[in-house]
Each structure stands twice: as structure tokens, then as C-alpha cells.
Design a protein around this ligand. Structure first.
Ligand code: C2E
Ligand code: MG
Ligand code: MG
Ligand code: MG
Length: 279
């Protein structure tokens, strides 16, 4: 009886499952042709030093302008690209494109690039980073690679070795979405990290007393360990004031600037650099 019920259920769900599988296939097919068809682009979001108010660089954020689907957000296609392996050439493209853009920024401006676990585990990642820097002429100390805890979770020797190698070159490593993973604190002990980026869900909820306490604690932890702390998703003056009062070094979010086209961010960075020289 249980068996026949199972069969009935299967018959009931099958069409829905088929639709999901097919939609997913279609997405994979579209994604696969998107790179040669040059449908990807990068936006850049400014990052501010809270104490000085200076813009110190920007983070590259990938966009997919699909003719069939419109603009697709990275959260919708990066996981698929990770599963199909496309993220390796796509990530390499992003790295080169980001470095090329940063090459025409004012002196010392940082460029932050997101890196997937799949990229770091694939052989040759360090080599592709070195090549992107050499090709663009951007100094290693101006490049920041943002990784998430999933990168560190399997504790593979390759990943640790690669991170050390990159850091020895002067490249900075930032731990993105900090606080949302499983054992954030342990990773800080075992892996070479220069910066932590507090996940925007904490910043959004900072009006809550407990959340505010967590944010203060993360900032204190960073200060104790000599790790720079950046707050993500800063949208209000009140949030920025709280972060400043608690000694948070950097902020990023719609209040400071939305992700913008390469030409616009270049103009912004140049205007700020000029301003800081003269004023
Ligand atoms: P992320 O690295 O944590 O990037 C920050 C995300 O927060 C971006 O979303 C940004 O647009 C958004 N954001 C910035 N300020 C605010 C704010 O004030 N309020 C709110 N509500 N959101 C804000 P986006 O561009 O959709 O990117 C989502 C995620 O996709 C990124 O999170 C990153 O994990 C991933 N991603 C983006 N580009 C790349 C890439 O080139 N490679 C890889 N592997 N992942 C990428
Ligand atoms: Mg990031
Ligand atoms: Mg983040
Ligand atoms: Mg994220």
C-alpha cells in the first residue's frame, strides 16, 4: 500500500519536477554561451574609511545581462556556475576585468574581487591572479580577494597553501559575509585573513540591542587580532554613527554608494582623490 501511494505521489510530483529540471537545464545552457557572447559585466561599489570619510577603493560585483532574461543577479547564477564549473573561466574573466578597471584609478585605490571556493580549489588559481596583476599593472597590495567561509570549510591543504602564497605577494584576503557561517572564529585562527566583512544582515538589524552587541563584539575582535573590519550594507546615518562610535574602520553600502558602472566609479574615485589632495 505504501508502495502504491509512493507511485501516486511520484505521478503527482513528476510534472512539477520535470519543469524544475528543465528550467535549470535552460539556465545552464544560457549561462554556458553567455561568456563568449560577452553578456557579463562588472559593477563597482565604493568602500569608505569611516574615520576619514575617504573612499579607499571599490568592490567588483558581477552582472549578467541576458538578452532572454534581462539582468540576472549574481545570487541567481553564481551557484549554478559553481556547479557546472563555469565559475572558473568566469571568475578569471572577472579578475582580469576588475584589475583592468583598477589600473586607471588614482594611486593606491583598492580593488576587491569576490572569489568562489570552486576557483580556489581548482589548480592554477594563484597563477591566474598573478597573471591578471601583471597584465594590468596593478600592484598586488592594491588587490583584495573576498572569500566566504565555505572556502575554508574543508580545510584543504591546497586552499591554505594558495592563500598563503597570495598573501606573501602582498594581496589581502577578506572574509566576506562574516557571522553567517558555521564557525567563523575558528577560521580566524587557522587561516591568514587581513579583513572581515560583517554581513549586512547584522548591520540591517543593528537597532536591535542584541545584534548591536554582536556587531560591537566583532569589531572588538578584529581590533584585538589586528584585522580590519568592514561593515556591509550600511544604509543609514544612524548605522554609520554607531559603527564609527564602535571603532569600525570601513563601511560599504547604499548610504556610501550603490554599485555603479566602471566609468562612473572611476569619475567618483578621481574626484575624491583630487579633493583629498587639495583640501
Ligand atoms: P557580497 O560579496 O557580500 O556583495 C555585497 C552584496 O550586497 C551585493 O549584492 C551588493 O549589491 C549588495 N549591497 C551593497 N550595499 C547594500 C546595501 O546597502 N543594502 C543592501 N540591501 N544590499 C547592498 P550583489 O551584487 O547582488 O551580489 C551578491 C553576491 O554575489 C555577492 O555578495 C557575492 O557573494 C556574489 N558575487 C558577486 N560578484 C561575484 C563575482 O565576481 N564572483 C563571485 N564568486 N561571486 C560574486
Ligand atoms: Mg563581497
Ligand atoms: Mg558580503
Ligand atoms: Mg554575499
Amino acid at each position: 500500500r505504501a508502495k502504491s501511494e509512493g507511485r501516486n505521489l511520484y505521478r503527482f510530483f513528476e510534472p512539477a519536477m520535470d519543469a524544475i529540471v528543465q528550467a535549470r537545464r535552460a539556465l545552464e545552457v544560457d549561462l554556458d554561451t553567455a561568456l563568449p557572447r560577452q553578456e557579463f559585466d562588472l559593477d563597482f561599489q565604493p568602500i569608505m574609511n569611516i574615520a576619514s570619510g575617504e573612499i579607499i577603493g571599490a568592490e567588483a560585483l558581477m552582472r549578467w545581462h541576458s538578452p532572454a532574461r534581462g539582468t540576472v543577479a549574481p545570487d541567481a547564477f553564481i551557484p549554478v556556475a559553481e556547479e557546472t564549473g563555469l565559475i572558473v573561466p568566469l571568475g578569471e574573466w572577472a579578475l582580469r576585468k576588475a584589475c583592468a578597471a583598477a589600473a586607471s584609478w588614482p594611486h593606491g585605490m583598492r580593488i576587491a574581487v569576490n572569489v568562489s571556493a570552486v576557483q580556489l580549489k581548482s589548480g592554477g588559481f594563484a597563477r591566474s591572479v598573478i597573471s591578471a596583476l601583471a597584465f594590468s599593472g596593478v600592484p598586488a597590495r592594491q588587490l583584495e580577494l573576498e572569500i566566504t567561509e565555505t572556502v575554508l570549510m574543508d580545510e584543504s591543504k591546497t586552499v591554505l597553501k594558495t592563500l598563503r602564497q597570495l598573501r606573501d605577494l602582498g594581496i589581502r584576503i577578506a572574509l566576506d559575509d562574516f557571522g553567517t557561517g558555521y564557525s567563523s572564529l575558528g577560521y580566524l585562527r587557522r587561516f591568514p585573513v587581513d579583513k572581515i566583512k560583517i554581513d549586512r544582515s547584522f548591520i540591517h538589524d543593528m537597532g536591535n540591542r542584541d545584534t548591536a552587541a554582536i556587531v560591537r563584539t566583532i569589531i572588538g575582535l578584529g581590533n584585538e587580532l589586528g584585522i580590519v573590519v568592514t561593515a556591509e550594507g550600511v544604509e543609514t546615518e544612524m548605522q554609520l554613527d554607531m559603527l564609527r562610535d564602535n571603532g569600525c574602520e570601513e563601511a560599504q553600502g547604499y548610504l556610501i554608494g550603490v554599485p555603479s558602472k566602471a566609468a562612473d566609479i572611476q569619475r567618483l574615485l578621481k574626484a575624491r582623490a583630487l579633493h583629498s589632495q587639495t583640501g
